[in-house]
Ligand binder design. Structure first.
Ligand SMILES: CC(C)(COP(=O)(O)OP(=O)(O)OC[C@H]1O[C@@H](n2cnc3c(N)ncnc32)[C@H](O)[C@@H]1OP(=O)(O)O)[C@@H](O)C(=O)NCCC(=O)NCCSC(=O)C[C@H](O)C(=O)O
Length: 352
């Protein structure tokens, strides 16, 4: 019998069992620790590919003289690429089954830079699992993940991430989650928005002082946008070993709510942060909190960024910088927020 005859093969496909990938909600128990099998050597090529496609052009990550002026030995691995690679490695075990990357918090990096050639090993612990009150076919799982230097065991990047994960057995729901969300209108916007004059620490601190006097907010938008294409949607996540079908399987995604492959959350976020960093003198990334992904970004969508400055404090790990806390909102061509999160970064002080 010719198994490639179309009718025979259609019957064979129907009879065959699929060897499934990924884990359902029911496979996760609080306290489980998962050592992820994939590992990744952080290379200068991988770093530059990520940084160039997301418009992150801080010279210290590209040029040796600029790196040395920042106190690095060589251009280091950028924290965005490190974060994306740490998460990418976990997808096969944690989220390949599908579902939505909802958010992440407590993203932290040590002070010491990470250099090309470092091999990354990643582990995750299940820290929470809950039923979704609005979506019976999903549960909500949070993991604490640590990306480590395979040689020294030093933690290079850690965070807590939350995803919706498909249930093997959907449960009944009362829909109370959706109802609760409607109740909160939140505070009103300030009448006046102030834009910092420049990108140094003092520009942010001065703008905040002016805003406090005038009951205004320090908030502004960035001009650049990045339309999503095959490289950002499919290639970048695959370069971090991210096996989520959302980013590279058009066939499966045609039947999903988005109807198409969607951008990896870390690409959306890094692109918006690239726009924001192009208008500041970044010294060092300290951490990120309260990150949320609000809606899908797909091929053809354009990612823009909006920034609100929340706090400024003159102390930092170097006398040459102060510390600023921002809220960044990525939005699309229809002005819909697609990502938001707070970021703490050291920003260079104005040279005398
Ligand atoms: C995912 C959405 C379709 C949800 O929309 P909607 O139903 O309107 O949202 P709710 O706000 O009601 O949230 C649903 C439930 O999820 C809980 N939730 C939401 N955010 C968080 C959070 N940050 N932490 C914890 N829990 C959260 C709510 O409390 C609700 O719970 P319940 O009421 O009990 O049901 C929509 O938000 C959406 O489309 N978001 C975009 C998702 C996205 O595009 N993510 C990035 C791309 S996918 C990706 O990168 C995958 C990645 O590779 C990976 O593998 O992780």
């Amino acid at each position: 019998m010719d198994w490639t005859d179309p009718d025979t093969f259609a019957q064979a496909l129907e009879q065959a069992e699929t060897k499934e990938k990924g884990n359902y909600f029911e496979n996760f128990e609080e306290g489980d620790v998962i050592e992820h099998d994939p590992g990744l050597t952080l290379t200068r090529f991988g770093n530059e590919q990520w940084m160039s496609q997301t418009l992150n052009h801080d010279p210290a990550y590209w040029r040796t003289d600029a790196a040395r002026a920042r106190g690095f030995e060589d251009p280091p691995i950028h924290p965005d690429y490190l974060t994306a690679a740490t998460l990418g490695i976990t997808v096969e075990d944690l989220s390949e089954k599908g579902g939505y990357f909802l958010g992440r918090t407590d993203v932290r990096f040590p002070e010491a830079p990470v250099y090309a050639g470092t091999e990354l090993h990643v582990e995750s612990e299940v820290v929470n699992r809950a039923t979704s009150s609005s979506r019976p076919e999903y549960g909500i799982v949070s993991w604490r993940t640590r990306g480590k230097d395979a040689e020294t065991g030093d933690v290079l990047c850690s965070y807590e991430r939350t995803n919706m994960i498909p249930r093997r057995d959907p449960v009944a729901t009362d829909g109370s989650g959706a109802a609760a969300a409607e109740a909160d209108d939140g505070p009103e916007l300030s009448d006046e928005f102030i834009t910092p004059d420049g990108g140094y620490y003092e520009d942010f601190a001065e703008a905040l002082e002016t805003a406090a006097d005038e009951n205004a907010a320090v908030a502004y938008r960035h001009e650049r946008g990045r339309t999503q294409d095959d490289v950002t949607v499919a290639s970048l996540p695959l370069s971090t070993l991210n096996t989520a079908k959302q980013h590279h399987n058009v066939d499966v995604m045609a039947d999903s709510p988005s109807g198409d492959i969607v951008t990896y959350g870390d690409v959306t976020r890094s692109t918006a942060l690239g726009h924001a960093r192009s208008d500041e003198e970044t010294w060092r990334e300290v951490g990120f909190d309260d990150e949320s992904f609000h809606t899908f970004v797909a091929v053809g969508d354009t990612v823009y960024a909006f920034t609100r400055v929340l706090e400024a404090e003159s102390g930092a790990s170097s006398d040459e910088a102060g510390t600023v806390r921002f809220e960044h909102i990525a939005f699309n061509q229809n002005d819909e927020p697609v990502y938001s999160g707070t970021r703490t970064a050291e920003i260079r002080k104005r040279p005398n």
